[in-house]
Design a binder for this molecule. Structure first.
Ligand SMILES: [Zn+2]
Length: 191
């Protein structure tokens, strides 16, 4: 590994670390009321309060990690079109995703090639994002539930175990379209 690359990795880790500390402070602030009660909270109350900030914190950590790890690409102005190779100027576009860590908002380069009339998002490709809002970790888990039980029960247990909602209606749609838009040959849902 050359020295410049090593320095970049160090920098991006430090950026991530400082964003993570900031997020942790913000989330912990929401626990302050527990410390201001006259009667100390029960363990159940502490657990519920932690549950509420858990997804907010871990979703934000995932977001910052994805941003910091792709900072070079996020700073880049032009990208080659995957179809014709012409350089295309990017604009920044945000996209909401959901993983088992909660909701995250990714801001990444979005390009539209006028020649090919096609859009592409290099960072989505690098991260191997699912085109769906719910990402592959949640999809894999949903499929495991769906293989064992009816939609309604699967949706309920999915919510209880992940804290993320997946209505039985959307589970139904997901399951029906699974065979069409996700080729098992790609190994995306292999394990
Ligand atoms: Zn093109």
């Amino acid at each position: 590994m050359n020295a410049v690359l090593k320095l970049d990795i160090q920098d991006s880790f430090e950026v991530f670390q400082s964003m993570a500390h900031k997020q942790l402070d913000e989330s912990l602030e929401k626990l302050r009321p527990l410390f201001e009660q006259d009667k100390p909270p029960t363990l159940l109350e502490i657990s519920s309060a932690l549950q509420e900030i858990k997804h907010e914190l871990s979703g934000a950590l995932l977001q910052e990690a994805a941003h910091s790890l792709n900072q070079q690409q996020r700073d880049q102005e032009f990208f080659p079109c995957p179809h014709c190779g012409r350089l295309v100027k990017k604009r920044d576009a945000s996209r909401k995703i959901e993983t088992r860590h909660g909701e995250s908002l990714l801001t990444r380069p979005y390009c539209y090639c006028r020649h090919c009339k096609e859009s592409f998002c290099p960072m989505d490709e690098a991260l191997e994002l699912s085109p769906r809002k719910k990402q592959f970790d949640l999809q894999k888990l949903a499929l495991k539930f769906l293989a064992k039980m009816p939609f309604e029960e699967a949706a309920q247990l999915f919510y209880e175990s992940t804290g993320m909602s997946f209505s039985d209606h959307s589970l139904h749609d997901f399951f029906s379209s699974f065979a069409e838009d996700m080729s098992p040959a790609k190994g995306e849902l292999g394990t």
